[in-house]
Design a protein around this ligand. Sequence first.
Ligand code: PSU
Ligand code: MN
Length: 300
Amino acid sequence: MHELKISPKVKDALEKRKPIVALESTVIAHGLPYPHNIETAKALEQICTENSVVPATIGVLKGEIIVGMTEEEISHMLEDDPLKIGTREIPYVVALKKSAATTVSATMRIAKMAGIDVFATGGIGGVHVGDWDVSQDITEMSKTDMIVVSAGCKSILDVKKTIEFMETFQILVLGYRTDKFPIFYEGLSSYKLDHVVEKPEEIAKIYLAKTELGIEGTILVANPIPEEHAISESEVEVYIKQALKECEEKGITGKQVTPYLLSRVAQLSNYKTLRANIELLKNNVRLACQIAKEITTLKL
Ligand code: PSU
Ligand code: MN
């Protein structure tokens, strides 16, 4: 198999079966503006460390797949104006020695190759509104064993279709202390979830049962943004409508859509959505740390 560059800390944690949480690099390169991106990347790693969990930020530097990027490696990646890649583009950047930030799909696949079970992100990609555009995140989650902690998905997506697609692709969605599917900035949606868990331990047990039964795929933990950081639906809707209209006018399509919408919505909201984004990321990492610890306890 192609060699991954696994950092000494992550390697040690894998050998000693210590808890590890994978983190993606697209949110750093294409999801948050400078300098918030670097600050947030550091803050998320720090939350892991404070919780005695080893963080593993994943990305590609000049064709080398890195699991557990250092601060310098993250800076180098950003200087290289990295591509935004999903799983299907991993061989392309490896063979042609390009730098790339990994989305949810690519991060999960690489985390799996390394032997990591838990991954924290902000929001997953899903089914976009309008023309056919469905994220690789969905297809990847249908086949890769992983626990992905996210604050649901963004209302820039067609939330209802995204939820239905997850059923079709056999992705188990667990509401964390909620029976409503969470929406990124806004908190809870009106879409009901069938499966609710109250404790990180339950999530770990379900994951191990899944593994023992040989049922492949992801467990998506839907962890709502803390109420005090949520922004009202009516407010966010105005910004999203405006940003979507601009996408159409400017002919923005494909993988440019999500980064464009994210940055425009942040500008239009006077960076209120940016603060919400950072808070929900931290909240997801905290929960992912607890789950990762439960898994190591149960696996011992
Ligand atoms: N949603 C966010 N922030 C992000 C992304 C999604 O709130 O940064 C990123 C993630 O990396 C996700 C990707 O995997 O966008 C999905 O992009 P696309 O829709 O092009 O598949
Ligand atoms: Mn797409």
